[in-house]
Design a protein around this ligand. Sequence first.
Ligand code: ADP
Ligand code: NI
Length: 217
Amino acid sequence: MYDQEIIQKTEGYAKSVLQGESSGHDWWHICRVRNLAVHIGREEKADLYVVELTALLHDIADYKFHNGDESIGPKTARAWLEKQKAGEELILHVCEIIKDISFKGAKVETPMRTLEGKVVQDADRLDAIGAIGISRVFAYAGAKGNEIHNPDIPFKINSSFEQYKQKSTAINHFHEKLLLLKDRMNTETAKKIAEKRHKIIEEYLKHFLLEWDGIDY
Ligand code: ADP
Ligand code: NI
């Protein structure tokens, strides 16, 4: 059952933790993912309470900012939900989605068991492509001390999560992840949105490389 009070408190919690974060995993990323997830969830007839709550908590503690600790996200979400006296079934569902949500490499499958998980994963991935996606890649690269582009470093099609987690340039991240996302959307609603956003990043990359080679004049 939809609990407005828990949603409101969780919104305040996510905002207090992620406000002002500068790698593209800030409060406004959470807001956009929540709005997209609710939109997709409504179209796909998912449980909107699980969808909204998970969208709010999905980046509350990311392995990328906690020495690669993959258990930190579900653990932090569980501690918060237990404090709110949420039911165990709901906690298990939200934490399972958070555990499974991340992209882990071109050749690594990241299946989602439930419709709500598919919806939140799609919304999170849509925010990684399109105009906003472009800005987030460079924000992340800057925050991590990675280069914008280095043609001496070839991009890899990663076949393990360990390989994917290694340092990369912003432009290589497009090839290692972002250009692959449109074909990894779970829902029909997200597939349509992804088509549009995919074209934007393709066009952007084309111009980036033309300018890089000095032939775009
Ligand atoms: P996921 O859970 O799939 O990692 P997030 O919501 O945490 O998704 O956001 C991931 C976003 O962080 C990417 O889409 C990109 O914008 C940025 N990012 C992650 N890794 C890199 C990288 N190596 N280089 C540049 N940007 C990155
Ligand atoms: Ni996210």
